[in-house]
Design a protein around this ligand. Structure first.
Ligand code: HXC
Length: 513
């Protein structure tokens, strides 16, 4: 037995070394952690149990039968994060550049099946040169098997992808199907084709960082939800994100213990600027209303005219969608609509109630928006809110104009409670524009058109630049003092905690994509 145990230990040591010390050193020199180190920092201490440590590839072309590494470039297993069961795979760049072979894919698929059966989140730590070139089509098949399982798992268990190195070719599509992507500045890249292919095909000269680095995808494409300064920050973000989520779609997120004390926020009564066109940062209202330091912004640097993220209210996890008057006056455009729609759908999948702060002058006009499909993209947000069955509450802080009033979780599309601050203006459009259209004749024929315009603007404003017309109809449930927002929301979400909605039987809807 001693000899047999010694053999086992030898194999474990071999597996722990991945592609060997020289390649581990090279990984460290690039400022990257190894696959095992990442797992060590991610999982609760001593909780990780590895599955498939001794798996090797089956390839025989190009002399591959002589080059085998235990584990075949991916470490798979389970453990706990914040005390909760979590499945993780971590690609090992020291073994064939973390490339995906048939067996590497099988290991990931096996883990995904377990995560699904046992209803727990799946975390992918990606660091891979893509399909294992020596294996040809079986590697492509392996990717497709993963994509298929990603889709089956979507909406059943949370799936998070941290990109810790290259992620090229079709490999980007598994992360893209998962719920959230996190990238690391300067050491991680995502692209369908790298700079060399780009140069050959389009003659563009571009670096990997410009083409598919973390800040490119955080600001330009919106592919990544987080751009992290380093790997440890990315790992900590994964843990924090998970803390707002349930284990699976059958559960509700865990509440933190919380005692309700004096919940008024008196400073909000004087927060709103005197002038309705003056910007303010909606994040200040969010921070004042949510539990202290509980707000985690998602997709922070993309489509900044809308803010989305997780927070807690009296210990309960909520998803927040808020127009941002500090950026493009909080207007809705294609990118902000798509960003918010995806977030709303995530929250709805996983029983996370939605809170909307609304201050929106409308949809952004112009050829750029129309030609880029603002109609289809705006419809995504409308669709996402309309189909969401979680508790949904809206607070209109200032402007709620035009179609954006309808879209931003209005009563008409199924919101449960709609509040407005006394500063709310709920109308088809701003008073100036409205007056110009409906009193056009009177203004143009007046002795002093400018004066007439101002007079008519005032008239329209007196009638509609307030929340009371909407409250008279019951479109607004209550006009509240800003200082009372937090306590009203705590009570209303508590009232809605057992909400049930029976939806019509169908295969699935057809969200405008
Ligand atoms: C096999 C690979 C590999 C791959 C890298 N390696 N990529 N082995 N298959 N795809 C190996 C290298 O031979 C090398 O082995 C080691 O990994 C490290 O690679 P380096 O090139 O030395 O590292 P680096 O300079 O950091 O460059 C990393 C890289 C580059 C940017 C990822 O290796 C690269 O461009 N690889 C190819 C990427 C690619 O085109 N993949 C296929 C995409 S198509 P040694 O023995 O020296 O350590 C695809 C289709 C999927 O994925 C479709 C699904 C729908």
């Amino acid at each position: 037995m001693d000899k047999k145990i010694a053999l086992l230990k030898d194999k474990i040591n071999q597996a722990n070394l991945g592609g060997g010390q020289a390649r581990i050193d090279s990984q460290h020199k690039k400022g990257k952690l190894t696959a095992r180190e990442r797992i060590h920092f991610l999982m609760d201490e001593n909780s990780f149990e590895e599955i498939g440590m001794l798996v090797t590839h089956r390839s025989t072309d190009f002399g591959m039968e002589r080059e085998k590494y235990l584990g075949d470039g991916v470490i798979t297993g389970y453990g706990t994060i914040n005390g909760k069961l979590t499945y993780v795979f971590s690609q090992d760049f020291t073994v064939f550049g973390g490339s995906l072979s048939e067996t590497h894919a099988e290991k990931i698929c096996k883990l995904m099946d377990m995560a699904m059966k046992n209803g727990a989140p799946l975390i992918g730590l990606n660091d891979s040169g893509g399909a294992r070139i020596q294996e040809g089509v079986v590697s492509l098949g392996g990717y497709a098997d993963i994509f298929y399982k990603n889709v089956q798992a979507s909406g059943v268990i949370p799936q998070l992808s941290a990109i810790m190195g290259p992620c090229a070719g079709g490999a980007v599509y598994s992360p893209a199907i998962t719920d959230f992507i996190l990238m690391v500045e300067n050491t991680s890249y995502m692209f369908v084709t790298g700079p060399n292919v780009v140069k050959t095909v389009t003659h563009e000269e571009v670096t990997s960082e410009e083409l598919g680095g973390a800040s490119t995808h955080a600001t330009k494409s919106g592919v990544t939800h987080f751009a992290c300064a380093n790997e440890i920050e990315a790992i900590n973000h994964v843990k924090k994100l998970l803390s707002y989520m349930p284990q699976n779609c059958e559960e509700i997120p865990e509440s933190l213990p919380y005692e309700i004390t004096d919940e008024s926020r008196i400073e909000l009564n004087t927060f709103m600027p005197q002038n309705a066109s003056q910007p303010y940062d909606i994040r200040e209202i969010i921070s004042s209303v949510a539990d202290t330091y509980s707000f985690l912004e998602v997709h922070k640097d993309f489509a900044e005219n809308i803010v989305v993220g997780f927070a807690r209210l009296a210990g309960r996890s909520i998803g927040i969608v808020a127009n941002q008057p500090a950026y493009l006056a909080g207007v809705l455009d294609s990118n902000s609509s798509t960003k918010a729609a995806r977030f709303v759908r995530f929250c709805d999948c996983f029983n996370i109630p939605l809170l909307v702060f609304e201050d929106v002058p409308g949809f952004l006009p112009g050829t750029d928006q129309e030609w880029n499909g603002i109609i289809t993209n705006g419809a995504k947000l409308l669709y996402a809110f309309s189909e969401a069955t979680v508790p949904r509450i809206t607070v209109i802080t200032r402007k709620a104009y035009g179609g954006a009033y309808d879209v931003m979780n209005s009563k008409h599309i199924g919101a449960d409670m709609n509040y407005a601050w006394p500063s709310a203006e709920i109308a088809v459009m701003g008073a100036k524009g409205a007056a110009e259209i409906i009193f056009k004749k009177e203004i143009t024929t007046a002795e002093n058109p400018q004066e007439k315009w101002l007079e008519k603007e005032k008239l329209y404003s007196n009638i509609f630049a307030n929340p009371y017309r909407a409250a008279e109809r019951g479109f607004i449930d209550e006009v509240i003092e800003p200082s009372q927002t937090r306590i009203k929301l705590i009570k209303a979400f508590k009232m809605l905690e057992n909400k049930v909605v029976n939806t019509p039987r169908k295969k699935h809807g057809n969200i405008p994509l």
